[in-house]
Design a protein around this ligand. Sequence first.
Ligand SMILES: NC(=O)c1ccc[n+]([C@@H]2O[C@H](COP(=O)([O-])OP(=O)(O)OC[C@H]3O[C@@H](n4cnc5c(N)ncnc54)[C@H](OP(=O)(O)O)[C@@H]3O)[C@@H](O)[C@H]2O)c1
Length: 350
Amino acid sequence: MSRLGVAILGATGMVGQIYVRMLSAHPWFEIKAVTGNSTVGKTLREAYRGKGHVPEKYADLEVLPSDPSKIDADLIFSCLPTKSSREVEPKFAAAGFPVVSDSSAHRYWPDVPLIIPEVNPEHLDLIDVQRKRRGWDGYIVTTPNCTTVGFALPLKPLVDDFGLKYVNIVTMQAISGAGYNGVPSMAILGNIIPYIDGEEPKVAEEPRKILGTLTNGEVKPLDVEIDATCMRVPTVVGHLEAVHVELGRDASVEEVMDSMAGFTGLPQKLELPTAPRRPIQVFVDDERPQPRIDAEAGDVPGMVVYTGRVRKGRRPGTVMFVTLSHNLIRGAAGSAILTAELLYALRRLR
Ligand SMILES: NC(=O)c1ccc[n+]([C@@H]2O[C@H](COP(=O)([O-])OP(=O)(O)OC[C@H]3O[C@@H](n4cnc5c(N)ncnc54)[C@H](OP(=O)(O)O)[C@@H]3O)[C@@H](O)[C@H]2O)c1
């Protein structure tokens, strides 16, 4: 199998560094180019100084501007800030590149797939609609918000097995979720901030698209209401979320746990390199999952979503649980790499 050359737009940021690490030993993808903003012209080694380790094989790559004419690659991973993604990603798609993006800029476009590979791989058919409508040789595929993945993935088996009427979620989100320069240390150390600008509408809307049905080139969102309260807490990685759901029918705790723990999707069937054997693991120990212990655990570190504390609510048909996901891996770079592996396996990469 010949390896595909990839470029990472925004390679020097929190998410970009995870891409570089995860792709340093990838069986199908090889990094050919990296881009940035303030670090353009530096090597990755210089750009990373004080921020993290750069794998030796990529340390001397020069940071380029995010300009399609300067990039030679078969596939683009974009983890640019929203504003630059809005401008840059369509230029790459128009220039013929497949773009897999972690940014929110194009997630809500009706012809852009918003993908959790285990949940809605069939939505990748929107690529054909997008290319036709926009006249692009390339395309844009997006991954969800880092908070969305952690609960939309465990909701999938619940939707399939019991139906879903309502979701209330309260999040405890790590500081790395805000990027390298995101939250001032004086604001977050020893503190909790009960608001994250722009987060709650994303968390309330994205699962409806992801869990929706694709018919005649359009996604019909899942008919479920979601209320969200998003908070920033002083953990470094791993978003912990307390979820309260009203199911379509009453279900026992055991049924709910079995439904989540037994769930697998197309990436597992295809044995994609970044697919964990079981995407959702369920703790019975009441003190788990915990960000420090569990966020980066699992057979593919950071790709497993851990749930726990599954219990019945007081009203019939209601269930509560806690879920944890690694915001930079399952919530960003890992999700995008798994999506790209799926595109490759489905022969949607040149
Ligand atoms: N952090 C998370 O948990 C997470 C999870 C899911 C999705 N995301 C999304 O992923 C994206 C990146 O997040 P992050 O946390 O990695 O942010 P970050 O740490 O602030 O990194 C931003 C990166 O983008 C580059 N950049 C900034 N402005 C640019 C511009 N005008 N043109 C080109 N490149 C530019 C920076 O380059 P220089 O270093 O050279 O300035 C850096 O490489 C955002 O859209 C974010 O919403 C983040």
